[in-house]
Design a protein around this ligand. Sequence first.
Ligand SMILES: *Cc1c(COP(=O)(O)O)cnc(C)c1O
Length: 465
Amino acid sequence: MSLEHIPSVNELVQRVSTTPPVARMPRPLVVDATRAVLDQYRRSLIEDDAAVLSAEALTERIGERLENELAAPLRPVINATGIIIHTGLGRAPLARRAVAAMEAVAAGYAPVELDMETGRRGRRALVVRDLLCRLTGAESATVVNNNAAALLLAMTCLARGRRVIVSRGELIEIGGSFRLPDIIAAGGALLREVGTTNRTRLADYERAVDESTAAVLKVHPSNYRIEGFRQEVAIGTLAGLGARHNVLVIHDIGSGALDSLEHLGIGSSEPVASVSVKAGADLVLFSGDKLLGGPQAGIIVGRRALIDSIEEHPLMRAMRVDKTTLAALGVTLQLHLDAPTAAEQLPVFAMAAAPIDELRRRGARLAERLDGLAGLDVTIEDSVAYLGGGSLPTEGLPSCALVIRTPAIGEDDMLDRLRRGRHPVVGRAAGGAVWLDLRTVFPAQDEQLLAAIRSAMAQSDREHK
Ligand SMILES: *Cc1c(COP(=O)(O)O)cnc(C)c1O
């Protein structure tokens, strides 16, 4: 194969630079993109015996590549996994009003550390403190970067160099590098394990308390369940023990439920923040972007003196939240003041509660629109969705999925195409098909989903990688 027909870098840069969107791009970027496309083209000619491309076609490829490079690095995807609080996809989608509040402060200034009443310097969590206290019944509250930070801070500030007692049934790994023993160690506290994996009694804690004990830590096992012959000690009972021995009782409830979820039709075994506060926990820790349905944040509620000392700790600075987080969290908490409003306006709740009949109707409509598309066979199947984020791991939500079989492509390739498209879709492969669960797809995204499937199929005859 002769390579003589290939235009020079200069010639292509000239051509590309006169097409409108590229005309305003920095020249070094255009040159790099041109070189990359030419390299790839040369290789495809030599190694794969690919078809010869005209200068126009090459120009178009360079334009596409530049467009891709200059699009916002983080762009929205359609979550068709059926996992509502999907950590890899950014957890809770925010309520419209929370987004509006975020946007309102993002482009300008907001008094994150200025008490507008007095004009003096104020604490960062001031704007959400009253709301958190009202919703949980706690004396005081503060906000940090995430729940892992909340726990690390609590350990460093309140238990450094001293012992923290934890049941062996609660020494969990949440995912990634969040392992409870590591966080306790990183905070400079000493772990004292008690009980066994499946059973821990009050007497186990009682025997372990001594003068080196700073705290008893109870942790919600979140993403796993021990079933059968099991026993744990309720937070209220631990609070009694803490009071008798003058040690702190800290409850990491993980999911951040502010209320029972029963009214959403989800049988609930999730701990509720206000219940733990009322039961006498000194501090309760939870995430802002799990069942709370807000932005990424770690929330600490509890006794005023403890919150004060956490806020005064030097590490607080390393874990603070920004104005957009505070804005979105504030509005999300306001929505929680009224359960019906929260059920309607928080996407996490709305998705969890969407009636299965409605999902099936949408599925049928989508399948109908894809009917007759060459190379693709689509059916509507029952599936199981999950809350995710470590919440209710064993309670599936009845759902329905668009199940796509593409014999000529194969399900893994089809998944890749859907993920790499202009409107990226994340689904899963099972039983030789691509499953797109509709419980986590917003109804307003149905058209985009169709477009994404059609465009993935249209690539059949185009070079892909
Ligand atoms: C999810 C979870 C965490 C970690 O929370 P992040 O907000 O992701 O840092 C900590 N503890 C428990 C029990 C959890 O479920």
